[in-house]
Design a protein around this ligand. Structure first.
Ligand code: SAH
Length: 217
């Protein structure tokens, strides 16, 4: 499996669709124009890789819809040199988008199968996260905190407090909050104990699971 001019053309069209849907951040769009999404999907879905849809990956999880990836990345307002924590590495597609933007990425995944697969796969494609972590994202990653941005790529029934405390002052937490459906929410840390909260409409994610990392597939 390789990249090709055909796939490049499909990415170009995907980027145009995302612009029409309202995505404006050029560095986000540039990354989506470069990261070979078709290599992150199981081969059965190859023909659909550049449709603006979510797809199943291993271990009953999904690779987020490109629009959702772009929307969350835009809300993070991060650029080269910033430090970002991602909760839910999954296929590594969102991780790769952030790496391409020159961001220092820390990403946590609780499913061991996915963690192992993605840890081997991302460097092969030339995407080097600062650290991929096997563990429970509810706790964040205190040893590398504070972060300029934290992005949660699974639906959180409630906002994990640990994540709020691991933001820089001015840092952003982008998190879909809710059980069946989620409201995309951004918290901006305005002081040691103060946060601004903004909401951005409904999305649908697989659930953020708490308490333990899992070795089940
Ligand atoms: N960013 C991913 C989206 C994967 S779906 C991508 O681009 O493909 C959400 C992921 O969050 C799943 O892989 C799931 O296993 C993981 N997840 C769920 N709860 C978690 C938790 N508490 N800590 C870390 N990862 C979690």
């Amino acid at each position: 499996m390789i990249d090709s001019p055909k796939h490049e053309g499909m990415r170009y069209r995907l980027v145009e669709q995302l612009r029409q849907k309202g995505i404006q951040d050029e560095s986000t769009l540039a990354a989506i124009g470069v990261v070979p999404r078709h290599l992150f999907l199981d081969s059965g879905f190859l023909d659909h890789a550049y449709e603006d849809k979510a797809f199943p990956i291993a271990a009953d999880q999904t690779i987020s819809q490109p629009y959702t990836v772009a929307f969350q990345t835009e809300l993070l307002q991060c650029h080269a040199g910033h430090k970002v924590l991602e909760i839910g590495t999954g296929s590594g597609y969102q991780t790769a988008v952030l790496c391409h933007m020159g961001i220092d990425v820390y990403s946590i995944e609780r499913q061991q199968t996915l963690f192992k697969k993605t840890s081997l796969f991302l460097p092969k494609l030339g995407f080097h996260a600062k650290k991929l972590i096997f563990g429970d994202g509810y706790k964040g990653f205190p040893s590398a905190a504070p972060f300029d941005g934290i992005i949660v790529t699974a639906g959180a029934p409630e906002v994990p407090k640990a994540l709020l405390t691991q933001l820089t002052i001015g840092g952003r937490l982008v998190i879909p909050v809710g059980t069946d459906e989620q409201i995309m929410t951004r918290f901006i840390r305005t002081g040691v104990k103060s946060f601004d909260k903004q909401t951005f409409g409904e999305f649908r994610f697989v659930p953020l699971l708490s308490d333990r990392a899992s070795s089940e597939s």
